[in-house]
Design a protein around this ligand. Structure first.
Ligand SMILES: Cc1cc2nc3c(=O)[nH]c(=O)nc-3n(C[C@H](O)[C@H](O)[C@H](O)COP(=O)(O)OP(=O)(O)OC[C@H]3O[C@@H](n4cnc5c(N)ncnc54)[C@H](O)[C@@H]3O)c2cc1C
Length: 315
């Protein structure tokens, strides 16, 4: 075993960029390697497995976690901002190799549309083989969590509704890869431009619909495509920006607003399972339609704000 933080139930260590591939105008694929990844492991398929990356701060240095223990997060927060770097959440797009040759692939979105960028996107825009960063990732044999896709609440043959923007494309790609061959449903993926449409494998019964924004407002075309799919093309989704929860996270087992799950009742879409991730305002709009207007049981949905327009994610 190789990690410097073996007492922690996860890997928290430096890794190095071993390959870089520009997939499309908005996506950069980065391959990460390092001795610590010999300890990597997930119990079952990766699906939408999330993990963390810490990008170097203004000092250009990376925090050193040698000997870190359970208090690592507090001691990390105590460091001056320039030294602690910037922690952001990403999806493990895939894993190649084994042992010391284990490589994690991560697809990072560049903010190509007009608007602010952030440390994660800026790092990816300039990334080169040999660059170093820190990862917080699942350790084999230890509980890590971080997989939300679970359609079991919608029965044995769920009708899947999978929706996301570009930040969720890596997670949706992983879900489509790991679904059983007889899965059925549809996946909607909004991306900045038509050139971002990627070649994804998916079960035959799952329709994959790409929705390039091509200059349209965030989420507008995605909302329209999903509503049409649900036979609610006349419905209007409007979201008050003041009511959007930046940390929106609602799954059958967790609610960022603290909302209790309602009593289980007869749901008009008892076989529907919805997994929806992306910009919090866009996801909030779809949540309203599905749960409030359509009455879908909250146990059959996962709504996840992966980022919020105008807000830098907190480390
Ligand atoms: C579970 C989970 C999995 C994720 N998986 C991925 C993944 O695999 N790949 C990926 O690229 N992202 C992924 N994200 C989203 C990513 O964490 C955020 O986009 C994050 O804000 C990026 O950090 P940043 O430093 O670039 O920008 P921040 O410093 O967080 O934000 C700076 C500014 O950039 C804006 N901004 C942030 N993201 C975007 C964007 N995508 N497009 C346009 N403007 C943006 C913000 O609104 C803000 O104004 C995931 C998030 C979660 C919660």
């Amino acid at each position: 075993m190789s990690s410097t933080t073996t007492q922690l139930p996860m890997i928290l260590d430096a890794v190095e960029v071993t390959a870089v591939e520009r997939l499309s105008p908005s996506f950069v694929r980065v391959e990460l390697g390092g001795a610590c990844l010999a300890d990597f492991g997930v119990d079952g398929p990766l699906l939408d497995q999330r993990f963390k990356l810490v990008f170097p701060g203004s000092s250009g240095k990376l925090p050193d976690y040698t000997g870190a223990d359970e208090s690592w997060f507090d001691t990390w927060l105590d460091r001056p901002e320039g030294e602690r770097g910037h922690m952001r959440t990403y999806t493990i797009r895939d894993v190649n190799g084994t042992g010391a040759e284990t490589r994690i692939l991560v697809d990072i979105v560049l903010h190509v549309e007009p608007g602010p960028t952030g440390p994660g996107a800026a790092w990816a825009d300039a990334v080169q083989v040999g660059d170093r960063l820190v990862t917080l990732a699942p350790r084999a044999g230890a509980a890590y969590g971080g997989i939300e896709f679970d359609s079991s609440s919608a029965g044995h043959d769920p009708r899947l509704l999978i929706v996301g923007d570009e930040t969720a494309v890596p997670a949706i790609s992983g879900i489509l890869r790991d679904l059983p061959a007889d899965a059925r449903g549809a996946a909607f993926l909004e991306v900045p431009v038509a050139g971002d449409v990627l070649d994804l494998g998916s079960p035959e019964g799952v329709q994959v619909v790409w929705v390039p924004r091509d200059g349209a407002p965030l989420g507008e075309k995605l909302h329209a495509a999903v509503l049409a799919h649900l036979g609610a093309g006349d419905a209007v989704i409007s979201t008050n920006p003041d009511e959007v929860d930046v940390d929106l996270w609602e799954t059958p087992t967790y609610s960022s607003s603290g909302e209790e799950l309602p009593e289980s009742g007869a749901s008009p879409d008892a076989d529907l399972y919805a997994w929806i991730a992306g910009e919090s305002g866009v996801v909030t709009g779809l949540r309203r339609h599905l749960v409030r207007d359509r009455g879908i049981d909250r146990r059959q949905v996962a709504f996840m704000g992966y980022w919020r327009r105008g807000v830098a994610m907190r480390s």
